[in-house]
Write a protein that binds this ligand. Sequence first.
Ligand SMILES: [Zn+2]
Length: 227
Amino acid sequence: MATYLHFAPALALAVAIGPQRIGWRLTLAGAVCAVLPDADFLLYVLHIDAYSGTYGHRGFTHSIGFALLVGALGALLAGRHPVRSRWLTATFLALCTFSHPLLDGLIDRGICNAWFWPLDGARHCLPWRPVPLQGVPLFGPDRLRQELLWIGLPLALLALAGAGTRRWCATRPSRGQASAMVVPTQRTDSPRALRQHRRQAVRAMAGALLARRARARACSHCFSKCE
Ligand SMILES: [Zn+2]
């Protein structure tokens, strides 16, 4: 397990998606979800399963299925939100929960996760496990340094990329808005000029509507609401 930074993905995702949409309560819930899978330690203490079984440590609680379950239950419990959809709540909590087995899986230790529970209870290791556990004490500055390098730094980059994309989506002027701001300057005395100005106004409105739709589609990728 990661000793210090299991909660960090919740913070990084909240910054990337947008603190206004996620809020501090959901961020806190995400941090709890990010450490929740290790509650399976109780199953070991109660002698329900050992380390290698489906219901032992890093068993079913360290799976994609468990993360989806936690996300769905969390969204149901959270109820309606004025800004955030239930899908976003569920996705955020599921990602936070799934970050736990993902970080565990990156550690170079023999225990593997039951990723595909309930379809498959067997343990599988990731092919790439760069975070060193062997030879590094479980607590202390060496451990913290390794986690900051392999977990903290990528998460900080993710948060910065998400925040940057949101800002870009929110401030980028669209062609439709620019054309909508064009004000006819010619006199409209003649019927012909009047018709021309009407056509220009209709074209500008249509352009603004199309651009607004395109921006909404583009911004849905960065989970940002663009006005
Ligand atoms: Zn774990």
